[in-house]
Design a binder for this molecule. Structure first.
Ligand SMILES: NC(=O)c1ccc[n+]([C@@H]2O[C@H](COP(=O)([O-])OP(=O)(O)OC[C@H]3O[C@@H](n4cnc5c(N)ncnc54)[C@H](OP(=O)(O)O)[C@@H]3O)[C@@H](O)[C@H]2O)c1
Length: 200
């Protein structure tokens, strides 16, 4: 398969890359890194990425996280800014990508544990991930028989535990090996409309 890995240079992406590259041709896309440059906050940039990368069978999106927030000062603009990066960016990868991907191809997106488990400072992150879950359910139905669409929802990953673990006491990290397996299953398997919870 020819796989387009958006965010392939990041913490999760750089672990997934070798696992996919053993079996598939992988093209890495990133904002400042990779084989193709893309800013998923821009629909034009996403379109340009697909134009530059024809004949793709699978797209994996692991890009664009949002900052932590303070609930007492959180406002509509901040929520929207976070939605723009991680939610609209990934939704647009599917909405635009459906016109480029090879028939029978798949989209695998990335959300996160805060869709299901509240924690302080991640209201935006939770809302964004919850929206991604709902989007994937609808997209899978709409694209049934044409494309598969799934979302992997990681908890904090092992490689981020040193940096973020103190912010989320009690949150057990998922091993990179387990998480990578979940993405590979989405790319190589037959499932669609799945919210794959990689919660350790
Ligand atoms: N790490 C965790 O513990 C964890 C847990 C749950 C969920 N997640 C989610 O998993 C995703 C990836 O996390 P990560 O820790 O691997 O992030 P990361 O280390 O910050 O890497 C992000 C990657 O995405 C690319 N990127 C960022 N913004 C982009 C944009 N607007 N357009 C195109 N590419 C963009 C970056 O490219 P450049 O480097 O070239 O800029 C980089 O390759 C995020 O959505 C995050 O919320 C992460």
């Amino acid at each position: 398969m020819r796989v387009l890995l958006i965010g392939g240079s990041g913490t999760i992406g750089r672990r997934l890359l070798p696992a996919l590259a053993g079996e598939h041709e992988v093209i890495v896309a990133g904002r400042n890194s990779g084989d193709v440059r893309v800013d998923i906050t821009s629909a034009d940039s996403i379109r340009s990425m697909f134009e530059q990368t024809p004949d793709v069978d699978a797209v994996v999106g692991i890009a664009a996280s949002g900052p932590l927030d303070e609930f007492d000062t959180l406002d509509e603009e901040q929520l929207l800014a976070n939605m723009r990066g991680k939610f609209f960016g990934q939704a647009n990868v599917v909405l635009i990508g459906q016109h480029y991907l090879n028939a029978g191809g798949s989209f695998t997106l990335t959300s996160g544990v805060f869709a299901d488990e509240a924690a302080k400072g991640v209201t935006s992150g939770g809302v964004v991930s919850g929206a991604l879950h709902s989007f994937v359910l609808s997209a899978a139905l709409e694209l049934q028989g044409r494309y598969r669409v799934n979302v992997v929802s990681p908890t904090m990953v092992e490689d981020s535990a040193d940096e973020f673990g103190h912010l989320f006491p009690g949150l057990r990290a998922v091993s990179m090996a387990d998480l990578v397996d979940r993405y590979v299953e989405c790319v190589e398997g037959t499932a669609t409309g799945q919210i794959v919870r990689a919660y350790g």
